[in-house]
Design a protein around this ligand. Structure first.
Ligand code: UN1
Length: 496
């Protein structure tokens, strides 16, 4: 283990700063256990200083014309593109997923930068006819103020960009609190934003635990919006606390996403989609497939095709291009994942493969878990209901299309679903009846594109969406301006 790892700082109001306490926390590589760097163990004082800096910067930033704000984001996109490989490698070292996926993560940030740069010349409001003569009405989007972005470790680049870029193009300023498992990727992103010409104070980054930094942001009266992605447990807490001061809150939380495989499905195609969605990112996506709902007529065939493919998946350091599945993020997630294997066995599900920590050879110092498949899972078992956030897949057998839809919808969550079928009528019915934020037809549950709304039903969120035009809503306040140029008092609804 290296003791020469670099010490990094918060960036608040255009100044690099240590935590007031002078304390730091270490950031580890989950594949090797190596220390990547030390980051300030911040608390309330640093969070409040960042809010004060963002509040001060807001008065100028809101007046920068939106097309100019968009141009800065365009340059951010150019710089992310230029540094894509380096950012991807940093991210793989810091959170483990394989390089092709961390490159994809940076790409989502690039896509979002270009998309929101364009919004600088749109930010559509609307003008519609008014009921009185010599009067006009126009609805515009105003920024809301200071936005706290609290982000997870599984998409260290993409998710912060989904929050910050729409917030910025709309004229808000930001306090960014990234997950403590991925501070370096977050810091790199902020550095790039300033290199692109962002005025000081517009984005402030504070490292530290949710319990202190996050909590201070929740309770600071000058924070207008909280945009949070993370666990359902923490999200619920955010909503409850933020409600006390009537903050706006946008939550993206758990998933228990299912791939439905009907009796007429192209099974080879389904196997590819299931493998990618269930074990990609080591199962640590909120869009990961963690349930397969299979028609009994093809269950055996599907397992026969899927099982050898799962067993062939190579675990290892994500920097090695021949590795399929990287480590899980940390020791506590590893033990949580394994506890679900025990729960599944106790519930009577059939553990077909995996179900254990892997410490063989070069995996010895990392947090590796064998890709796991349970069959004979019943829809109400905990392994079919609770988000595990790891490489654990539960297969549930059904005997009809209707039952498949019902099992899919029987979930506290509703982020992403998929259906494999060749029958156009079933596709149409699935489109109508599956209660989800995202539905894939003949593809896996992952891979949402940034120009569409991202988010889910039920306990996945609180009704908001990120990305696309919908992603602007939480960061903008509608303002309607009526101008009466009749020169007299006209009364709406009264003067006809
Ligand atoms: C997440 O899982 O937290 O659709 C985000 C996808 C990616 C983003 C997922 N574009 O899987």
């Amino acid at each position: 283990m290296t003791t020469t790892a670099r010490v990094f700082q918060n960036y608040i109001g255009g100044k690099w700063q240590d935590a007031e306490s002078g304390k730091n926390f270490a950031n580890h590589n989950p594949a090797t256990g190596e220390i990547i760097g030390y980051f300030p163990l911040s608390g309330e004082a640093e969070a409040n200083a960042a809010v004060a800096a963002a509040t001060a910067a807001f008065e100028k930033w809101r007046l920068v014309p939106a097309p100019k704000r968009g141009e800065i984001l365009f340059r951010v996109g150019e710089l992310l593109k230029q540094h894509k490989e380096d950012l991807a490698r940093t991210m793989t070292q810091e959170m483990g997923k394989v390089l092709k996926e961390t490159r994809g993560d940076v790409q989502e940030g690039i896509d979002m930068a270009y998309y929101m740069a364009g919004e600088g010349r749109r930010l559509f409001g609307y003008s519609v006819p008014v009921e009185l003569s010599n009067k006009s009405g126009v609805a515009t989007r105003d920024p809301v103020g200071v936005v706290a972005c609290i982000t997870p470790w599984n998409f260290p680049m993409a998710i912060p960009t989904w929050k910050m870029f729409p917030a910025l193009v709309a004229g808000n300023t930001i306090v960014f609190k990234p997950a403590s498992d991925t501070p370096l990727s977050a810091l790199r992103l902020v550095e790039i934003m300033y290199e692109a010409g962002l005025p000081e104070g517009v984005v402030n980054i504070v490292f530290g635990p949710g319990g202190t930094v996050g909590e201070a942001l929740l309770h600071n009266p000058d924070v207008a919006v909280i945009s949070f992605t993370g666990s359902t447990e923490s999200g619920r807490h955010v909503a409850i606390e933020a409600a006390k001061s009537l903050k706006r809150v946008s939550l993206e939380m758990g998933g228990k996403n299912a791939v439905i495989v009907m009796d007429d499905a192209d099974l080879n195609l389904a196997v590819e989609g299931i493998l990618w969605s269930a074990y990609g990112t080591t199962g640590q996506r909120c869009t990961a497939c963690s349930r397969v709902i299979v028609h009994s007529a093809v269950r055996k065939q599907l397992v026969d095709l899927l099982l050898p493919r799962i067993e062939q998946l190579r675990l290892g350091n994500g920097l090695d291009e021949s590795v399929d599945v990287g480590p899980v993020i940390n020791a506590s997630q590893l033990s949580k994942i394994h506890s679900y294997t025990e729960i599944g066995k106790n519930e009577g599900a059939n553990l077909v493969t995996g179900g254990h920590v892997d410490k063989e050879g070069e995996l010895a110092h990392g947090h590796f878990y064998r890709p796991t498949l349970f069959t004979n899972v019943k829809p109400d078992m905990r392994i079919a209901q609770e988000e595990i956030f790891g490489p654990v897949l539960s297969m549930i057998e059904v005997s009809s299309f209707e039952e498949a839809i019902a099992v899919n919808n029987n979930s506290k969550f509703g982020l992403s679903s998929a259906i494999y079928t060749q029958d156009i009528n079933r596709v149409q019915r699935a489109m109508r009846d599956i209660t989800t934020g995202i539905l894939y037809v003949n593809s896996g549950t992952t891979g949402a594109e940034i120009q569409f709304p991202f988010g889910g039903t039920r306990g996945t969120g609180n009704g908001h969406r990120e990305a696309g035009i919908a992603g602007l809503d939480v960061f903008t306040e509608w303002k309607v301006v009526y101008t009466d140029y009749s020169g007299k008092l006209q009364k709406a609804q009264i003067d006809q």
